[in-house]
Design a protein around this ligand. Sequence first.
Ligand SMILES: C[S@@+](CC[C@H](N)C(=O)[O-])C[C@H]1O[C@@H](n2cnc3c(N)ncnc32)[C@H](O)[C@@H]1O
Length: 200
Amino acid sequence: METYHDYVIKDGKFIGKFDEMYEKFEDPWTQMKQPNKYSRMSGILHLKNFEITSVLECGCGLGYYADWIYHETKMVPKSVDISSVAIEKAKNIFPKLDFEVANIVTDLKKYNTYNCVLFAELIWYILPDLKTIFTILEENFKGKFLLVNQVFYKGSQKYGTDYFTNLDEFINHVPFTLLARCEATATKDSTIETSTLFRI
Ligand SMILES: C[S@@+](CC[C@H](N)C(=O)[O-])C[C@H]1O[C@@H](n2cnc3c(N)ncnc32)[C@H](O)[C@@H]1O
């Protein structure tokens, strides 16, 4: 049977039909339950510990993490996603938060007033554009923060293995100064949850 994964990455190949996926499936990645709580909570701790004052959340999906961030920090993130279907749904679910359609590969530069750029479980979908994105960050967000919440896989990763397969390799890939890192997993889990903060 077809699952939402078929619209994203299938048999190790990037598909990226996010609008169709959000039209067909009510809750891809079980966002409503907010899994990966270690990394989500660590991301919020990074925001608090480094006294971050504004956040651009990239790949916000249905907006549940934006809402969590708001409740913990009182900041309303500017939350963007490439899928207009996801953004419409997010606006309906959380009418008081701030959602907008944007492709961060092409639109990132215009959000450079924000103090912190958060990649919210987004990295696997922008791999071929990562170099370009790092250049845009370097040129437009110098001195600001990059916060990355990302799941890695315990030996079962099929896609993107030529980029990185674990947190250390990811950190080596990022051309910015590491400020803080968190990595956690339960023994029963097949994933490793991470949250890393960099100074751009
Ligand atoms: C794994 S989901 C994460 C959703 C949410 N942040 C969460 O943690 O539950 C990845 C999201 O990234 C969005 N996305 C993929 N490529 C994007 C791009 N280039 N610009 C903005 N959003 C993108 C997808 O539409 C999807 O909603």
